[in-house]
Design a protein around this ligand. Structure first.
Ligand SMILES: [Fe+2]
Length: 195
């Protein structure tokens, strides 16, 4: 396996991630309560559609097909966003959860494109580097805009009352159980660190 093969895998992963976002960004736009956030998600959806086309262009240059990898990471990150959308809260607290979810998706993409660009540079694929850099700049810009629009929302949410403990759903109980397992698996390594 050569670096070019690793790159193709990375790019297929990104292609799947972008396609998954084309499907999920409208849900974030529809779900968020703040009009500025809604507008940002809608604008980034249009950008994302162009990013899918840009990746197709990259695959054409490389003479490969874009499909072949499902991005499990993005599926997980989107799943976390779906959890935020399911929360019953109203107003700023609800939108704060959405901001967290949206930033996760953007930074996941930023990591993917950063790695892919590092590879295309080593391989001397200048035209591909150029195309991927356009997308990376858009992702970085989207994250910055979400964070800027999010600031007053987080400040408003800080003034909202803390919630009462409510009975957990089946999904929340499962998530709690898994988080305890995560803690347990790390425990022995952490004990070594402490001693
Ligand atoms: Fe994207």
């Amino acid at each position: 396996m050569a670096l070019k093969d690793v790159l193709i895998d990375e790019l297929r992963d990104l292609y799947s991630a972008e396609n998954q976002l084309v499907k999920s960004l409208p849900k974030l736009a529809k779900g968020s309560r703040n009009p500025e956030l809604k507008a940002l998600f809608t604008a980034h959806l249009e950008e994302t559609k162009c990013q899918v086309l840009r990746l197709k262009q990259v695959f054409e240059i490389l003479g490969k097909k874009p499909t072949g990898e499902h991005c499990n990471g993005m599926e997980g990150v989107i799943e976390e966003g779906a959890d935020a959308l399911e929360k019953g809260e109203e107003g700023a607290s609800f939108d704060s959860g959405i901001i967290g979810a949206a930033l996760r998706t953007e930074h996941y993409e930023i990591a993917g494109y950063t790695a892919a660009i590092a590879m295309t540079k080593v391989l001397g694929l200048d035209d591909v580097t150029g195309l991927l850099t356009e997308t990376l700049d858009e992702e970085t810009g989207a994250a910055a805009k979400i964070l800027a629009a999010g600031q007053p929302i987080l400040e408003a949410a800080a003034g909202e009352p803390e919630e009462e403990e409510s009975p957990k759903t089946g999904k929340e109980k499962y998530s709690e159980k898994k988080s305890k397992e995560d803690e347990k698996k790390a425990a022995s390594a952490l004990r070594q660190r402490a001693s």
